[in-house]
Write a protein that binds this ligand. Structure first.
Ligand SMILES: Cc1ncc(COP(=O)(O)O)c(C=O)c1O
Length: 382
């Protein structure tokens, strides 16, 4: 098993941080990269034309490696998940009556663009709810998703894991069924990519978007998206100079270009050279590639298994192992249990988690320890 990596972060010793799904802490190397990047503009004479491109290309290469993608040019640099989704929705057309399939209570950035698309095309959002019982909840929810995919489905727009409670959606089965019915699969990987293996090669999504400040361990306001080749002729939501062909030639920029740079470059946000943030995300990705997401899953499983068992035995519901992520899971109260009392205990012990919907969301990483989970479990005992 990979060993605890707390020494690579600057977390306070007196807090138990189980809240990377809210915002990951910063690696020391990422902090250093950020400071060095910030200082670079003190002497702008040292910034070259090549600086506008080199890190962007490297970032795409690293992210492609992380998501098992052969073609880094299919990656775009985005400021937020909502931006990446907006570019996807902008290039999808629905026939009247067609459906965009989603799961209940998705994060709003992966909802509003779809709502607008459905409304403007006389289509529908089809929301698949979880079963109203905890018994085999994740398994039944996945079955319901598969059953809801029909010839009416134009788009399946879902996450890999639910942001509130870590329910794992079987993207392989969903891809198979969606393909049989000619539907696109658009994934929000913000709460999973970086900590949970994701393979474009295997899952063949049409689009994958990821905000970068959670499981990619990057700074806020910088993310990455993959667009399949069918989007290569699309229209981006904004027009910027660097995404056009030959933008490397600064002297010729006013020879306005109809053509774009190859692949998904057209969907990168303006000023995507982002001198301060790019080196930070790059540093973070390099670390993740060393650690490997599957080892992060294994680590999170190993440090939490005993505590999860104890919390379940205290009468709370946590999803069965095969249907939940290990880096993000929800604890649900059953009737008669008091949320306020648990909240107070967590607060008194300086344990940081989130409260999302009805779930107490716990999201560990390599800086956490079995002892963090022992403390957590104690808050759920009578
Ligand atoms: C599933 C999911 N997607 C996206 C985001 C962030 O969206 P955006 O980058 O549009 O702010 C979050 C933030 O919590 C999230 O949980």
């Amino acid at each position: 098993m990979i060993k605890c990596q707390k020494d690579k972060f600057s977390l306070s010793e007196d807090v138990t941080y189980l809240n990377a799904a809210f915002m990951s802490p910063q690696l020391k190397t990422v902090e250093e990269a950020g400071i060095a990047a910030l200082r670079k503009k003190n002497q702008p004479n040292g910034i070259t034309a090549d600086d506008f491109f080199a890190n962007r290309n490297l970032l795409k290469k690293k992210f492609a490696e992380l998501i098992e993608l052969q073609a880094p040019e299919q990656i775009a640099i985005i400021p937020s998940a909502s931006y990446g989704i907006a570019n996807a929705a902008h290039n999808i057309s629905l026939r009247p009556g067609e459906e965009i399939l989603m799961v209940a209570e998705q994060f709003p950035s992966h909802v509003y663009s779809w709502k607008r698309l459905a409304t403007s095309h006389a289509g529908f959002l089809r929301i698949v709810n979880p079963p109203n019982t905890f018994e085999h909840r994740g398994e039944k929810w996945n079955e319901a998703i598969l059953n809801a995919i029909t010839d009416k489905t134009a788009v399946v727009a879902i996450p890999h894991v639910h942001w509130a409670d870590g329910t794992l959606f079987d993207l392989k089965a969903i891809r198979k069924k969606s393909r049989e019915h000619g539907a696109l699969m658009i994934i929000d990987g913000t709460q999973s990519v970086g900590a949970l293996p994701f393979s474009v090669q295997e899952l063949e999504p049409d689009v994958l978007v990821c905000a970068g400040y959670k499981w990619l361990l990057g700074p806020y306001s910088l993310g990455l998206a993959y667009y399949g080749e069918s989007f290569n002729d699309g229209i981006p939501i904004e027009e910027n100079w660097i995404n056009r062909l030959n933008s490397e030639d600064f002297k010729g920029l006013t020879a306005y270009q109809e053509a774009f740079q190859p692949g998904a470059e057209r969907y990168s946000v303006g000023e995507s050279s982002n001198f301060n943030h790019l080196p930070m995300l790059l540093e973070a990705l390099e670390q993740l590639l060393v650690w490997q997401p599957y080892k992060i899953q294994q680590y999170c499983h190993d440090i939490s298994a005993k505590a999860i068992q104890a919390i379940k035995e205290s009468g709370f519901f946590i999803e069965e192992d095969p249907f939940r992520a290990k880096h993000l899971f929800g604890i649900y109260l059953r009737s008669g249990q008091e949320l306020e009392r648990i909240k107070k205990r967590l607060q008194n012990n300086k344990i940081f988690v989130s409260f999302r919907g009805d779930a107490i969301r716990v999201s560990p990483h390599l800086y956490n320890t079995p002892s963090d989970f022992e403390q957590l479990a104690r808050c759920f005992q009578d």
